[in-house]
Design a binder for this molecule. Structure first.
Ligand SMILES: [Zn+2]
Length: 155
């Protein structure tokens, strides 16, 4: 059985992002409140997803406003996999898994709500059965994004 859950926060965010001319990833106060500095680099920032698809959902965003892979410069291309590897290692330890979804939605028709290039990184493991998902194909977010950020950046 597959269930769709009404998640008003995400849909409001998508509507606002589509209408707004301001890029949320270029907004310094958003970056300040979402960045996991211990995983970020010079060219790429690692941020929490305020509306996670699943527990541990981080995003890797270019520091420069870039909308297409073809616009990345050599420094950005060179650093990307180093950052991705760091994110995977950290999330793998935190969520005790070697399995991940790493995804890029390129363009509105592909599902991108924000034009600024961003990769979603989501650790995957077997569902933990609890009262909310035992009868349905449903994942429940158990770790608030701000808590994830604090755990990642604690010394
Ligand atoms: Zn931007």
């Amino acid at each position: 059985m597959r269930i769709k859950v009404l998640e008003t926060g995400r849909s409001e965010y998508r509507k606002k992002a589509v209408r707004s001319k301001e890029c949320p990833f270029c907004n310094p106060s958003n970056l300040k409140s979402q960045e996991c500095k211990s995983l970020s680099g010079k060219e790429w920032a690692v941020i929490i997803n305020k509306y996670p698809y699943m527990d541990g959902n981080l995003m890797i965003i270019s520091r420069r406003h870039v909308e297409h892979v073809s616009s990345l410069n050599s420094a950005e291309k060179g650093e990307f996999f180093e950052i991705l590897n760091g994110v995977i290692e950290k999330l793998g330890k935190l969520f005790t898994t070697n399995d991940f979804n790493v995804g890029l939605n390129l363009g509105k028709n592909a599902g991108a709500s924000v034009k600024h290039l961003h990769w979603q990184v989501i650790p995957r493991k077997n569902k933990i059965l609890n009262s909310a998902n035992i009868f349905a194909d449903l994942f429940v977010i158990t770790m608030p994004p701000d808590k994830l950020r604090k755990i990642i950046d604690k010394k």
